[in-house]
Design a protein around this ligand. Structure first.
Ligand code: SAH
Length: 343
């Protein structure tokens, strides 16, 4: 055809694909055959869809294509963490981080190009918001990295903790979750979605049945401070956020993760630790302390190891499981809050 109406087959949902094949007088099950090839057999071109007849493949090649991410850069940290810079079809770029931990292989994926949340301590925020990722662009990060690791290894866990606020891209993120738990066969127990605290969308996620592990970026114990470092708090304050957490239908043996970035002299005092324990009372919570990861131009400092340990000790005494997140990949700016994708 070559009349400019070349469509990206990957951008279609299953329903849209079925409709597309119908216009070609092909049966609806072509959609399933296509998705199976793309998501489980790693097809990257129409020629790879060997279930389709040769004439159908030739016809499709004239009117459509299968997009994939281009790997622009791949950095490997001394601790084995890998950071990927991917280009999307419109030239925008996003980053993904692969973290190795014993037998676990966790991929941290981005949900937006940039971020609109404006958290003061986060490097991603400094570039502003560019656009939402489509569901297939979120899942393509998994496919691209899968192709890059040893064939016998498999990505075991997904964390939506890369660039962007996943819950402000609700439709595409939930579509991506369906692809992950469906075609990619990743258990919802191995998927964690982290949010800065968009309360209505968080509640909607669970009422819509997406029972992935929730992680909340808390980062402060008073509304005054939280509103300064995380502007989203002016809309949904601590009380609103934490009462929503109390109501979330979390399965019996699961917990809500609270991330707490420790900023020297800002939110790392023993009083903060005591307040944190009080705030989390009645919530099945687990706390991940993340000592601030520094970057050029940052306004904050990382607390001393002693201060971090003291904070942890106080929280632990409040009978809350509390871990210090070993920041991986700091030497390649791949740690929490260090993703910016060079735009
Ligand atoms: N927007 C979502 C997803 C991003 S997760 C959210 O806010 O949860 C990124 C995590 O890294 C958040 O918990 C954030 O608090 C943390 N973070 C951001 N900047 C950081 C930095 N410079 N050092 C350490 N952690 C940081």
């Amino acid at each position: 055809m070559g009349d400019g109406h070349v469509v990206d087959l990957k951008a279609f949902s299953e329903v849209q694909l079925a409709a597309f094949f119908k216009t070609l007088k092909e049966p609806a099950f072509r959609a399933k055959q296509f998705l199976l090839r793309v998501y489980t057999k790693k097809a990257v071109s129409i020629d790879d869809i060997t279930e389709f007849s040769l004439p159908l493949r030739e016809h499709l090649k004239g009117i459509s294509f299968i997009s994939s991410l281009q790997t622009v850069k791949r950095l490997e940290s001394t601790d084995g963490t890998r950071k990927y810079l991917f280009a999307l079809t419109d030239g925008q770029t996003v980053e993904s981080v692969l973290i190795e931990d014993d037998e676990r292989l966790t991929l941290c994926v981005s949900s937006q190009v940039g971020c609109a949340m404006g958290c003061r301590f986060c490097l991603t925020a400094t570039g502003g918001f560019k656009r939402n990722l489509k569901a297939h662009e979120i899942c393509d990060q998994i496919l691209s990295v899968s192709r890059d690791i040893e064939p016998e290894r498999k990505i075991t866990n997904i964390v939506l903790m890369g660039m962007g606020e996943p819950l402000s891209n609700y439709e595409e993120v939930t579509h991506a979750l369906k692809i992950m738990t469906g075609w990619l066969n990743i258990s919802k127990r191995r998927i964690t979605l982290s949010t800065a605290g968009l309360v209505p969308e968080l509640e909607r996620l669970y009422s819509d049945g997406f029972r992935v592990n929730p992680a909340i970026s808390l980062n402060a114990t008073t509304d005054d401070l939280r509103s300064i470092i995380m502007p989203v708090n002016r809309k949904y304050n601590l009380k609103t956020l934490l009462s929503a957490c109390r109501r979330l239908p979390i399965p019996e043996r699961r917990r809500i993760t609270f991330e707490y970035v420790l900023l020297k002299g800002v939110n790392d005092s023993p009083d903060d630790a005591v307040r944190l324990v009080k705030l989390l009372k009645g919530i099945r919570a687990k706390v991940n302390l993340i000592p601030f990861n520094e970057f050029d131009g940052a306004n904050y400092k990382r607390p001393s190891d002693a201060a971090v340990l003291e904070f942890q000790e106080i929280v632990a005494q409040g009978h809350i499981s509390v871990f210090i997140r070993k920041s991986k990949g700091r030497d390649i700016l791949a740690a929490c809050g260090q993703l910016k994708a060079g735009y």
